[in-house]
Design a binder for this molecule. Structure first.
Ligand code: NAD
Length: 494
């Protein structure tokens, strides 16, 4: 606790400079360009960030290329890579308080979440893939007079482009498997959240061979992000972000035939049947939409409740939403912090205005908190809106904030039809005590992940990714190996 308090104090006081990490060194942009980053709790600028462009990406890719071609990394034994990546995970844990405080200040996430969830999970992502690649089996096909077997070889330089909502955790979800399977990496973190990616780059520079992990800051279109996608020496690219950005990236990547993994947006349905354990369903629904201020791709942002319990469920849900403590991200008691930026809050408030025009009834929230101590921050109260027509943009589009739209359903068939009536297909939740229904509905939902009577539980061996507009490809366990390695068949005459 004392260390956390010290880390929080340091995080609040310092004006920070975030540089690129290229070939093991912290460097400014080649042309000296920078941009400013603000603290979403105060709205004030607290950091200066190197603004990467084509030349910086070229330097980083060259460092990664040379680490791949001439360095030890792809040629280490699986056991050696395992030990080094576990050492990196140890260092993330040792720096946990500083990482958590930096993350919360940077993008508004409550410190209890950064410290209790994001940082340990980032360390675990490295441990998991470090161990997995050392244990993974490979196929062998005995034939008559011949023998075929598969090798899974590193591909080369992996580009990773990450979003701002779980900056460290999602960066590690990309960087860890890319490195574990022997690639070298250039990471382009989101411009809104440069802090923990910089720290990760520096930690990696201490522990791993030079140039194995490089970090280039900057914006997407026309700048660092696009330059990374366009670069001919980047063989594969893993991206998490908006669906429209995924579409742009696919087009930019086409001429170089990059291998792509795209984890995109969502508008996930959360189905509550009348036979559900309603206490668990209320708690899960609250967590599913209001944790991380609703800035979660997997958020259960469309709530569908069986009509028999609709009014009762909404009353309990609204009461629970109103009990959530809103406050500064660096305070221990906070459960809902500010949104990532004032611009993003305006965008989310725009959806609340659309809901009013479309005849929506705001059951709670829809406005900024009254507390004068929060007036300068990008805060918005947890919001629940009923009675919207199905075609409303609030029902169809990803809001990416603490806004839940709710509607009743009459039977299972209707619940499935409405749940699937969306261009997205990332995840779904369902709450029921009927085992057969759970399997039946789970199978009928067009999504990549279904949670039954739970939310956000992940086993890193399981496939993860989106159906429909929510993405392309799967990562996790052997799925990550498939993406991050070149599978080669060797057939020998016996
Ligand atoms: P975004 O698409 O705006 O930006 C993501 C990243 O892409 C940033 O680093 C950005 O600089 C970069 N970028 C933007 N345009 C680019 C371009 N033309 N070329 C190359 N790079 C470019 O997304 P965001 O606002 O940072 O994140 C929120 C979105 O991410 C939401 O839609 C959310 O659902 C999605 N998301 C998905 C998952 C998942 O696992 N499916 C997880 C988290 C977030």
């Amino acid at each position: 606790q004392t260390t956390t308090a010290a880390a929080v104090r340091d995080a609040q006081e310092a004006h920070v400079t975030f540089e690129h990490v290229i070939g093991g060194a912290s460097v400014a942009s080649a042309d000296g360009a920078v941009f400013e980053t603000a603290d979403p709790h105060t709205g004030a600028v607290y950091g200066t960030v190197a603004r990467g462009g084509e030349e910086d990406v070229a330097r980083a890719v060259a460092a990664a290329r040379s680490a791949f071609d001439d360095g030890p990394w792809p040629r280490l034994s699986t056991r050696e890579r395992r030990l080094l990546l576990n050492r990196l995970a140890d260092r993330i844990e040792q720096e946990g308080d500083a990482l958590a405080a930096a993350e919360s200040r940077d993008m508004g996430k409550p410190i209890s979440e950064s410290r209790g969830h994001d940082v340990p999970r980032a360390a675990y992502n490295f441990r998991f893939f470090a161990d997995f690649q050392d244990h993974a089996a490979s196929e062998s096909f005995p034939m008559s007079g011949f023998h075929s077997y598969a090798r899974h070889e590193p591909v080369g330089v992996a580009g990773a482009i990450s979003p701002w909502n779980f900056p460290l955790m999602l960066a590690s979800w990309k960087v860890a498997p890319a490195l574990a399977f022997g690639n070298t990496v250039v990471l382009k973190p989101a411009e809104q959240s440069p802090a923990t990616a910089t720290m990760l780059g520096r930690i990696a520079a201490e522990v791993l061979p030079e140039g194995v992990l490089n970090v280039v800051h900057g914006f997407g279109p026309g700048e660092a992000g696009e330059a990374l996608v366009r670069h001919p020496d980047v063989q594969l690219l893993t991206f998490t972000g908006e669906t429209t950005t995924g579409q742009a990236i696919m087009q930019t990547a086409a001429p170089t035939l990059k291998r792509l993994s795209l984890e995109l947006g969502g508008k996930s349905p959360n189905l509550v049947f009348a036979d559900a354990d309603l206490d668990a369903a209320v708690a899960g629904t609250i967590r599913g939409i209001f944790s991380n201020q609703g800035e979660v791709c997997l958020a259960g942002s469309r709530l569908l409740v069986e009509r028999a319990v609709y009014d009762e469920f909404l009353a309990r849900l609204v009461a629970a939403a109103e009990r959530l403590p809103i406050g500064p991200p660096l305070e221990e008691t906070t459960k809902v912090g500010p949104l990532v930026s004032h611009e993003h809050r305006e965008r989310v408030e725009g959806y609340v205005a659309i809901a009013a025009e479309d005849g929506g009834r705001v059951l709670t929230g829809g406005s900024r908190p009254d507390d004068p101590a929060l007036a300068a921050g990008a805060y918005l109260r947890p919001t629940v809106i009923a009675d919207l027509p199905r075609g409303s943009r609030c029902v169809r589009e990803e809001i990416f904030g603490p806004v839940l739209v709710v509607a009743p359903f009459d039977d299972e068939a209707e619940a499935i039809r409405v749940a699937n009536d969306t261009p997205y297909g990332l995840a779904a939740m369902l709450w029921t005590q009927d085992l057969r229904r759970a399997h039946r509905v789970g199978a009928a939902l067009d999504v990549g992940t279904v949670w039954v009577n739970c939310f956000f539980v992940r086993d890193l061996r399981a496939p993860f990714g989106g159906a429909k507009g929510s993405g392309m490809g799967r990562e996790g366990g052997y799925y990550s190996r498939e993406f991050f390695t070149e599978a080669k068949t060797i057939t020998m005459a016996l």
